[in-house]
Write a protein that binds this ligand. Structure first.
Ligand code: DPP
Ligand code: ZN
Length: 876
């Protein structure tokens, strides 16, 4: 398949001035009548009109009311060419016939539990009608929907409602008009028998907006938290970014079959129901936080994505990185900023770093692709957000705010580029940001190596900071990057010391700005050797190689003024211990651990000044996947697991009394009503982390605590935590607990997903057989993306020893599933395939097994472009 290149960008020869769509929906067939007003751009009159299609059947075509003859055009399933359109502006009428019920790709118009719904980003609109299905063609849409009234009493599209009424034969219609010009990927339609949770919001200029969250019948009460999150998002965007909503209505619809998390269609966001439905019985604290973040994310897109969209798909981070940055800020303001920052850094390291360091590495703003669906990645989203955060650190809060305003002023109503975005900040700050563009253009995670030197006699401290970015596919040499290093020099009393002067790098407040391959920074006039605290707040998405002693790390863990670096010091200590233990296991030795770092954690657990969520993060052991990433080469997941187990046993043993007290304190508080806020979720998170650690010893007392928690839990967070522990430890009561859980929640698909995931991620020899058996369970379906991700996705991503079985059966099974899914839903299949991206890091035997599994997919005929693209890059 062809390579699409940024360098080849050209505007279309025609603009689409106006679009009228009429959808005629029946159970048997769907007809779409599209009427487009087109006009040639300067100098392009008479050029052929070539529109995108996707598996379309054309039943009628006319220009300015005249039916075209066969000589006038060529229509294939994937393309329409009108050979010689009129020289001026003209109207193109087309009717296409669709089969939404047969649409298993979940792109374009499809049915989910009987509801007609759409997903058009990135290239789904072409599966509805022929169109310039690209983000730089903006038009004003009017949409009429007719459908059987009993089957679809609710008819929704973008914009504002215009009219509605009854027709013959039990049918009815609704007309919607969206005054804001938009590209086709933001089009949406919903028709179904849904319940609504309604409310309203008065904007900063006093306009009243009707809000509704539509859900399947009977689920309206479960939309309350999503609605509350929406209203808080609308208010926050006014207060923090000065952005007001711009239509009379804002609708959110939850559907149960959805490839992505959610979609920001103008005025009609469509969501995976996982990010809408919640009550304490069915949703965990993590689910609540996810709903709040995704509702905010999609709402924030109204300005960063819809009002200002992307010129082409290479600019995807222009809307995604920026909107992730905005939702991160929102969540930080709603909850704990320190905890959010740590969670985001963990996510980046676990999802984006392996992408950046493997065969699928690509720049935040890629320059070529074969299939754009494969670029909705952690690099574009999460690293894209980090790049914006660095920009803010670099130019300061005020210039950043002015730059945002300038961007909105200049580009409202346009399809913009990353260069235009960055120019707004260069102009607002006066800083040359060309060197900063390397973050957008080059892939790979820089490593910053730190060397220190203390001259006691001269009271002079030197840090040498050297950056290096490894080669990535297609990019052999790398330029130095602009790296902001927020820092502190921690003195013996735990406070930051102030040097009398700093030389060797630009300094901006508490931030050193690296621009060269290497800087030696000299700090004069310090009373004693400081302990350096670098990259405070995770000020740059880099790896840091620095050999601080255990004593220094323990000191930072206890004293650093920056909470991120306190956590980082603890994590570095744990990771060092885990990597060493893994090496000992591989060498046939018993792993051994220093006790001082563990005792330091214990002391922090006693500190009443630290909040529970932060303590939970401090004692959360880096995952086996984290350790494997650090080991990097010749990974043996069984050795990692053995080291991990031994480390957790040691921690649990030394901290047993404190951990038990934490669980008991939480038990005492459990009678209070469930509130999914930072305080409540922090308390539960700490208690469940403590319980998980205690259970690793398998002691009768610990397992009794787990069983009791499972039986007496008053919310899904605690119930699920306890169930997972029982299942993962292979407890004698695990099967009974799973049965009881299914008995109670088997009719709630989102909870069935948790039940599936707990079993799929169990680090036990029987896990693969269990997963295979569960694929035949009546509650499972290969047709539903959430079920597939909950079972197969969880097995591949969260069960390193069983997915990575030495006999290759784990790899083989997942490869078979990918082959089987590909024809029905290529996007989902390609996502699953990404779980193989680090296959070259395994020890030789597993590496060979993984390659065999990948090659077994490759030989299948008719692979989708999605899967073929990932496979080709993964094996390259
Ligand atoms: N729906 C996806 C998101 O909001 C793609 N735009 O990130
Ligand atoms: Zn987004």
């Amino acid at each position: 398949s062809p390579v699409i290149r940024l360098a080849d960008y050209r505007p279309t020869p025609y603009a689409i001035d106006k679009v009228d769509l009429e959808f005629d929906l029946t159970a048997e067939r769907t007809l779409v009548a599209a009427s487009l007003v087109l006009s040639p751009r300067a100098g392009t009159a008479g050029e052929p009109l070539v529109l995108d299609g996707g598996e379309l059947t054309l039943v009628r075509i006319a220009i300015d009311g005249r039916e075209l003859s066969a000589d006038d055009y060529e229509a294939s399933a994937d393309r329409l060419t009108v050979k010689a359109p009129p020289a001026g502006s003209f109207r193109l009428d087309m009717t296409t016939r669709l089969d939404p019920a047969a649409n298993t790709k979940l792109m374009g118009l499809y049915r989910s539990s009987g509801t007609w719904c759409t997903q058009c980003e990135a290239e789904g609109f072409r599966r509805i009608t022929y169109y310039y299905d690209r983000p730089d063609v903006l038009s004003v849409f009017t949409v009429k929907i007719t459908a059987p009234k009993t089957e679809a009493p609710i008819l929704l599209s973008n914009g504002n409602p215009v009219s509605s009424g009854n027709l013959e034969d039990g049918r009815h219609f609704a007309v919607w008009h969206d005054p804001w010009p938009k590209p086709s990927y933001l089009f949406a339609l919903v028709a179904g028998d849904l319940d609504a949770f309604e409310d309203d919001f008065t904007t900063m200029s006093g306009r009243k907006v009707k809000l509704a969250v539509y859900v399947e019948k009977g689920n309206a009460p479960k939309a309350a938290y999503a609605m509350d999150s929406l209203k808080r998002s609308m208010k926050w965007d006014e207060e923090v970014f000065g952005r007001e909503y711009d239509l009379d209505v804002f609708n959110v619809v939850a559907v149960s079959d959805f490839n992505m998390g959610a979609m920001e269609n103008k005025g009609l966001n469509i969501f995976n129901d996982k990010y809408v439905l919640a009550d304490p019985e069915i949703a965990t604290d993590t689910d609540y936080a996810g709903i709040e973040a995704v509702i905010a994310h999609e709402y924030f897109h109204n300005w960063t994505g819809d009002r200002i969209t992307c010129r082409d798909w290479f600019q995807l981070c222009l809307k995604e990185g920026l909107t992730v940055f905005r939702d991160q800020e929102f969540s930080s303001d709603m909850r704990s900023r320190a905890v959010k920052r740590i969670s985001d850094a963990r996510l980046l390291r676990s999802q984006q770093f392996p992408e950046d360091g493997g065969p699928l590495a690509h720049p935040v703003r890629p320059e070529q692709y074969k299939e754009i669906n494969n670029f909705y990645t952690a690099t574009v989203y999460e690293k894209g957000a980090e790049v914006i955060r660095m920009l803010k650190t670099l130019i300061g809060d005020d210039a950043f705010a002015r730059g945002m305003d300038l961007y909105f002023d200049r580009h409202d109503g346009e399809a913009a580029t990353v260069e235009q975005f960055i120019a707004s900040f260069a102009d607002a700050s006066g800083r040359d940001l060309e060197p900063f563009m390397v973050w957008y253009r080059e892939a790979g995670t820089p490593t910053v190596t730190v060397e220190e030197n203390w001259d006691e006699a001269a009271r002079r401290y030197r840090l040498t900071l050297t950056q290096e970015t490894p080669a990535t596919p297609g990019q052999q040499t790398k330029k130095p990057r602009v790296i902001p290093v927020r820092f502190g020099l921690v003195g013996p009393d735990g406070g930051d010391m102030q040097p009398s002067s700093i030389a060797g790098a630009e300094v901006n407040g508490d931030t050193l700005i690296l621009t060269q391959p290497s800087h030696t920074v000299t700090f004069e006039g310090l009373p004693s050797r400081p302990v350096p605290s670098l990259f405070r707040g995770f000020s740059a998405p880099v790896k840091v190689r620095q050999s601080l002693s255990s004593a220094d790390l323990i000191f930072l863990l206890a004293n650093d003024a920056d909470s991120f670096n306190r956590w980082q010091a603890g994590t570095t200590l744990a990771m060092t211990a885990l990597v060493k233990a893994t090496q000992q296991v591989r060498a046939g030795q018993a792993p051994s651990f220093e006790t001082a770092p563990i005792d330091a954690l214990g002391a922090l657990l006693d500190d009443p000044g630290l909040d529970a969520a932060f303590k939970a993060l401090l004692i959360a052991v880096p995952s086996e996947n984290d350790v494997a990433r650090e080991v990097a080469e010749n990974v043996d997941p069984d050795a990692v697991a053995a080291a991990h187990q031994a480390y957790r046993r040691t921690v649990a043993g030394r901290l047993a009394a404190r951990l038990t007290a934490i669980v008991a304190a939480d038990d005492a508080a459990a009678g209070a009503p469930y509130v999914p806020d930072a305080a409540g979720s922090g308390r539960r998170s700490l208690a469940n982390t403590a319980l998980d650690l205690l259970s690793i010893t398998g002691s009768a007392e610990a397992m009794a605590l787990v069983r009791r928690r499972f039986e007496t839990a008053t919310n899904m967070t605690d119930r699920m935590a306890a169930l997972t522990i029982l299942v993962h430890r292979g407890d004698a009561d695990a099967e009974a607990a799973l049965a009881a859980f299914f008995e109670r929640f088997g009719n709630v698909p989102l909870v069935v997903d948790k039940w599936l995931s707990a079993q799929a991620s169990a680090p036990l020899p029987g896990a693969l057989d269990k997963v295979m058996a569960l694929t035949r369970h009546p509650a499972f379906s290969f047709g539903n993306p959430n079920r597939v991700r909950a079972l197969i996705g969880a097995f591949a991503t969260s069960n390193p020893t069983q997915f990575g079985r030495a006999d290759g059966k784990g790899f083989g099974f997942v490869a078979d599933v990918i082959s089987r899914l590909d024809a029905a839903n290529p996007q989902l299949a390609a996502r699953l395939l990404v779980t193989f991206r680090s296959w070259r890091s395994y020890e030789p035997k597993r590496r060979a097994q993984a390659e065999t599994a990948l090659r077994s997919i490759q030989i299948k005929p008719q692979l989708s472009r999605d899967v073929a693209d990932i496979l080709e890059r993964t094996l390259a």
